[in-house]
Design a protein around this ligand. Structure first.
Ligand code: TYD
Length: 155
């Protein structure tokens, strides 16, 4: 069953360094995802250890942490139909060289950890990650004149 969902996206320091923030944000906008939360965050050690808890024992974790702290990241909450899976589709698989052409990671990057963007991978993680980075009052509900095309079921 399709449903309107929210998901958490972080635009990573390689995108910030390479002036790709607008390009990446634009791809989400052009898809028809609604940006309902948006801010810069500097990721502390504690936040990264929580966010990447499944990776703290990996040999690449220290480099991943250093990389994620190079610049502030642009954190956003996106809303749309089935948007958790839809955003992961746009983002592509973790290794940019294994990602399908046309995805953000395949089109704009070559290596890990510098693969441009983080996106929640399940409804459970989306809920946890949105709470990790956003207060309730930083997430907005608003109407756009394009909603009937993007969110409407019919014409
Ligand atoms: P992971 O949570 O496995 O993937 P995803 O970002 O697609 O949800 O990994 C988190 C990040 O860790 C990944 O985006 C890039 C980095 N990473 C490496 O640097 N080396 C690796 O071998 C892996 C698997 C991930």
């Amino acid at each position: 069953m399709s449903e309107v969902q929210k998901t958490l996206v972080l635009i990573k320091p390689d995108a910030m360094q390479r002036d790709l923030l607008g390009e990446v944000l634009g791809r989400f906008e052009r898809k028809g995802l609604k940006i309902v939360g948006l801010k810069f965050i500097h990721l502390t050690d504690a936040l990264l250890e929580e966010h990447y808890a499944h990776l703290t024992e990996k040999p690449f974790f220290a480099d991943l942490k250093k990389f994620m702290q190079q610049t502030p990241v642009a954190a956003m909450v996106l809303e749309g139909w089935d948007c958790i899976d839809e955003v992961r589709k746009l983002v592509g698989s973790t290794n940019p060289r294994a990602a399908d052409a046309g995805t953000i990671r395949a089109d704009l990057s070559m290596n890990m950890p510098s693969n441009i963007v983080h996106a929640s991978d399940s409804p459970e993680n989306a809920a946890i990650e949105i709470k990790r980075f956003f207060q309730d009052d930083e997430i907005y509900s608003y109407e756009k004149i394009t909603d009937r095309y993007i969110f409407g079921e019919g014409v």
